[in-house]
Unconditional design. Sequence first.
Length: 172
Amino acid sequence: MESYGLSMAAAGIVPTYDSLAINSYGRVASAAFIVYDYSITFDKEVEMFWQDMYSKKLTGATALFLVNRYLVLILRIANLVGFVPMTDQKCALATRVALAFTLLQYIPWAAFAAMRAYALSRNKPLSALILVLSMTTTGINMSLFPFGFTGYVDPIFGCTVIDPIPLKLSRT
C-alpha cells in the first residue's frame, strides 16, 4: 500500500513540473518578443513621440502611450528577475513588485477606455463610469496583497509565485 501512495504522489509532480516549465518558457518568450518588437519600432517611436516632446509640450496622448509601452517592458524584465538566484525574502519582494507593475498596467488601459468613450459620446458621466468599471480589476486584484501574496525560490525554476487564494475560491 505504501508504494501505491508514493507513486500517486510522484504522479502529481509531473503535471506541476510541466506547468512550471511552460510558465517559465512563456516568461522568457514574451520578454524576448517585447524586446525584439521595441527594438525594431524604436526609430518610429522617436520620430512620432520623443521628438514632439522636445519641440512641444508633453500631451496626454504621448504620456499615455509612453506609460503603456514602458510599463509592459518593465513588467517583462521584472518577470525575468525571477530566474536570478536569490533568497526567499528577495523572491517575495520581487513577486510583489511584479504584481504591482501588473496592476499598474490596468490604469492606462482604463484611462484610454474612458477617453475613448468620451471622444465617441461626449458624455462625461458615461466616461467616468467606464473609468471606474475599468479600474475594478486593479482594485480587486490588490486584495492579493493582504491575503499573503508572496513567492519562494524553487531549486529548478527560480523565484515562483505562491498564490494565496484557494483554488475553490478563485473558481467561483
